[in-house]
Design a protein around this ligand. Structure first.
Ligand code: ARG
Ligand code: ZN
Length: 401
């Protein structure tokens, strides 16, 4: 059994003083109930007019409104759920705007700060040997490891998008499970005889750090762009696969900014180089995101079917069925472009076009009840169902190599 933990340290991104002064903000205590909290609102636009209004509202309050679903305003459409995070200072204003326009909303999450506090609270006595370690979210400095070489391997990465915390939680959990239950979990023990795993627990290290210190809703990395005041590139729009076509933005201020050129970001270049160098051993690629509960495969940069569409669809359906039967959770399955939307520059498409057929994106829990603020007690069920999925994909790969 070999499990490699990969850590990319992007040292030059951390200004010295940032490293030296890193501390949780003092204000991280739960506000008293009278103090207004940031809220997540849910709207189902009933007409094109409402969709346009929502597009305007969600793109006009710079940083004060953060779109959770879909991930860019241009994807807001009639009869498709819209979830957005509203800063406490403008909650009332936004609600009255919606009322004025006769748009009905519901509040998805009312107590965001309490959820955030719950997620950043760590039992400091928590050891990796205790299961509770894997049922908490962990800051970057809690995770470490090193790298070697393998023969047949599956790559799993987590944390491409900073705010999708359950994703890195899954990677840690997976490693803990594989190591801790080696010999006990028969299926896993067997699997590990044939295949090695490369695990990258957090691809977007700077972004993830930023969600712990400054802005819980941050998605991109933290790179600085020469002609803009805005920070960050969407790492899942920066791979060289239909780069910056429809579904990505050329504006550095947008959440789906594709970067100045493909692989411009060190995180993406590092991953792409590693996978290029190991493309003959890496037989499967799985990238973990949240949220919306989906099993996706290429393509996302085009509506065209890939040449392996039928096989990948069968396998994705099998994963969704397996999770439904074993874990009683519902996951949708399909090619990215028809299941969610066109989203070019993604890692799964790039890996697929490199020649690694079994390439999947798994969108973990939930479907919007908590969204990115999935409480820690849901880490475990989320990880067990994801593990079900990964076992099914791995078994198929082992059979086909
Ligand atoms: N929510 C993910 C994103 O927008 C979906 C990834 C699917 N794959 C892709 N290549 N876009 O990045
Ligand atoms: Zn994501």
């Amino acid at each position: 059994m070999k499990i490699y933990l990969l850590i990319f340290v992007l040292g030059f991104f951390f200004g010295k003083n940032q490293v030296a002064t890193f501390r949780f903000p003092e204000s991280q205590t739960t506000p008293s109930p009278v103090e207004p909290q940031d809220q997540v609102l849910y709207v189902l636009p009933r007409s094109d007019r409402q969709a346009v209004l929502l597009r305007n509202i969600t793109s006009s309050f710079d940083e004060m409104i953060i779109l959770w679903m879909p991930d860019s305003p241009e994807h807001i459409e009639k009869n498709k759920e819209v979830h957005f995070y509203v800063n406490a200072t403008i909650v009332d204003e936004v609600k009255s705007k919606l009322k004025e326009s006769a748009i009905t909303y519901t509040i998805l999450v009312e107590n965001t700060q309490s959820l955030i506090d719950q997620q950043t609270y760590n039992d400091t006595s928590g050891q990796r040997s205790t299961t509770s370690y894997y049922e908490q979210y962990h800051a970057l400095e809690d995770m470490t490891g090193k790298e070697k070489t393998a023969t047949h391997a599956i790559w799993i990465d987590c944390g491409i998008h900073a705010r999708e915390w359950v994703s890195p939680a899954f990677c840690l959990w997976f490693v803990g499970h594989a190591v801790g239950f080696y010999g006990t979990d028969e299926y896993m023990t067997n699997l590990l005889k044939y295949i090695d795993f490369y695990i990258l627990p957090v691809m977007n290290v700077d972004g993830y750090q930023y969600t712990w210190t400054t802005n819980r809703m941050w998605r991109k990395n933290r790179s600085k762009h020469p002609n803009s005041e805005c920070y960050g590139t969407d790492l899942n729009r920066n791979f060289d696969a239909g780069w910056c076509g429809p579904g990505a933005s050329r504006n550095p201020c947008h959440d789906t900014y594709c970067g100045p050129y493909p692989e411009s970001e060190p995180e993406v270049a590092a991953v792409a180089n590693f996978i290029r160098q190991h493309k003959d051993t890496i037989k499967g690629y799985i990238t973990m995101h949240s949220y919306s509960q989906m099993v996706l495969f290429p393509y996302s940069y085009t509506k065209e079917k890939s040449k392996d569409h039928d096989e990948l669809l069968r396998l994705a359906n099998k994963v969704a069925d397996g999770i439904r039967v074993k874990n009683r959770s519902r996951y949708a399955s399909g090619a990215g472009a028809d299941t969610i939307y066109l989203a070019p520059g993604g890692s799964d498409d790039w890996v697929y076009d490199l020649g690694i057929k079994y390439s999947f994106t798994i969108e973990l829990r939930d479907k919007g009840t908590y969204g990115f603020l999935l409480p820690p007690n849901l880490i475990k069920p989320t990880c067990s169902e994801a593990l079900t999925g990964i076992k099914i994909i791995s078994a198929h790969i082992v059979k086909n190599i």
